[in-house]
Design a binder for this molecule. Structure first.
Ligand code: NAP
Length: 480
């Protein structure tokens, strides 16, 4: 079967070498609505070879010229935001307003990377010998393999390609198999912005073929991965034989601490708005909500009220606040987490089931859920839930809350709800996470470093560190 969603290799749209395609499922209807080309190792090799050929000219281009092209990419994304966002909603299920926010965020990444690459300075260091002059400068790492997951397909691939291309790298992108469509539209922006052939290539295909080729092909000098902790660890082992550079943006189990000073209604609204974005399928989604013992009952009631009021529906339907889950696997995993909470004597305060009614019969819908009576033995406390469930846990004092918040192998984001500046600083310093959010339900920004500590990953995307990740420091020692 042919498809309008093709691979993009060496500046040309093409079918997969073996002509394979994959059906893309609309989570709101649980049925295939589009076909996309689905490549394999041979396509990945061809794309890597194109990126290798394009590298010398692209990396030598004046940074001002690269920046102008990437700013054009940003402009085109903004012009096409509605069309790209609609496709993103169809393939990923998220409400249109969230999809638009994601696509606009991708434009910001290209614009910011384009500008920042101009200011990516070297250093001229004081010398210890009169005859010597000592300098550093930065050069692009080379060909990059970029792998993104399904939950934010457009912004996550942009966080890799924006800085990589800005500093002079060339790249091959592999989107998640089930969410390639909006990424195809992003690549049309590259093409129309005049990014030269081979600089940015797109290969959809199974990870065992495409990602393994990234890791085994010596032309690829860096692999940048966003996805699960399990796969991140697997990639790290596979990168070892060539000591391939790796950036790993992995999962989390993010705590949210409601501090004693904040009002209950405000805290509940903020917690619910952070938790149910993209139905909890967000790497930095709050997965554990710690509340002062004395206020727990009132908070649980307020949070359940806010969560129950969220309007569930297809992402394209006006007024929808929460869409369906991404796929049958996420739906089953959510049902298992809820069953486990109930089996271990926890309580489901609201939600905990699929919504009733004809409108919800076909899609992967689930009601936003609030749970209490949570213990460490429950599955929801042991692995990243990636589900629309807000577990509420009372604490005695802030020391206990911080201890419990840090009691996890992950360290991606931590949320603090407070209006007390001293509490915000003290907790921000004590919490073990790469991202500390104070009252902010959505802390990602193009100019800021995003990423985790402990098992949540290696490196940062965005900000200065996100640009550095695609460069090597070179030291120049000159004897006069
Ligand atoms: P995943 O299974 O690890 O997949 C992510 C990407 O890796 C997809 O493109 C997938 O391809 C590919 N992949 C799967 N197995 C692979 C393997 N063995 N080797 C190489 N590549 C492989 O993750 P997911 O479940 O789709 O995504 C959700 C996870 O991503 C969550 O853990 C979430 O926290 C994390 N995440 C982290 C961040 C961050 O910035 N820290 C942001 C968003 C999401 P296919 O789709 O073709 O299988």
């Amino acid at each position: 079967m042919s498809s309008e969603y093709l691979l993009f290799i060496d500046g040309a749209w093409c079918e997969a070498a073996k002509k394979k395609t994959l059906g893309i499922i609309d989570p709101a209807a649980a049925e295939v609505f589009a076909e996309a080309a689905y490549g394999d190792r041979e396509d990945a090799r061809r794309a890597i070879a194109a990126a290798e050929r394009a590298f010398p000219a692209w990396s030598r281009l004046l940074v001002y010229e690269r920046a102008a092209k990437l700013r054009r990419v940003a402009d085109l994304i903004r012009e096409r935001v509605d069309a790209i966002a609609r496709l993103l909603t169809r393939e990923a299920g998220k409400p249109l307003a969230e999809a638009r926010g994601e696509v606009k965020g991708a434009a910001d990444v290209f614009e910011w990377s384009a500008e920042e690459a101009k200011r990516h300075y070297g250093e001229w260091m004081p010398t210890h010998l009169a005859e010597k002059r000592l300098l550093t400068f930065r050069s692009p790492v080379g060909v990059v393999g970029a792998i993104a997951p399904w939950n934010f397909p457009v912004i996550l691939i942009s966080r890799k390609l924006g800085p990589a291309l800005a500093v002079g790298c060339t790249a091959v992108a592999k989107p998640a198999s089930q969410t390639p469509l909006a990424t195809v539209e992003l690549f049309r922006c590259f093409e129309d912005a005049g990014i030269p052939a081979g600089v940015a290539n797109l290969v959809m295909g199974p990870p065992g073929e495409v990602a393994d080729e990234f890791l085994q092909n010596p032309v690829v000098r860096k692999v940048s991965f966003t996805g699960s902790v399990e796969v991140g660890k697997e990639l790290m082992a596979k990168a070892a034989p060539q000591l391939k550079k790796l950036s790993l943006e992995l999962g989390g189990h993010c705590p949210l601490i409601v501090c004693p000073d904040i009002g209950i209604e405000e805290a509940a609204e903020r917690a619910v708005s952070a938790k149910f974005r993209n139905m909890g399928q967000v790497c930095i989604s709050p997965s554990r909500c710690y509340v002062p013992e004395a206020k727990a009952e009132a908070f649980i009631e307020a949070a359940a009220r806010c969560a129950s009021a969220l309007r569930i529906g297809p992402g394209l339907e006006p007024g929808t606040q929460v869409g369906p889950l991404f796929d049958a696997t996420r739906l089953k995993a959510t049902e298992e987490l809820v069953a486990d909470i109930e089996k271990k004597d926890g309580a489901i305060v609201c939600g905990g089931r699929r919504p009733a009614g004809e409108k919800y019969r076909k899609g992967y819908y689930y009601e936003p859920t609030v749970a209490t009576g949570i213990t460490r033995e429950m599955l929801i406390m042991q692995k990243e839930p990636f589900a629309p469930i807000l577990p509420i846990i009372p604490y005695r004092d802030l020391d206990e809350a911080v201890r419990e918040a840090n009691n996890t192998p992950y360290g991606l984001a931590s949320y603090i709800l407070t209006h007390d500046l001293a509490t915000a600083f003290r907790l921000g310093e004590a919490l073990q996470a790469g991202i500390i959010s104070v009252n902010d339900p959505s802390p990602a920004a193009a100019q800021m470093p995003f990423g985790g500590m402990k098992e949540s990953g290696l490196g940062r995307e965005g900000g200065h560190s996100g640009i550095e990740a695609y460069t090597e420091v070179k030291y120049l020692s000159i004897w006069l």
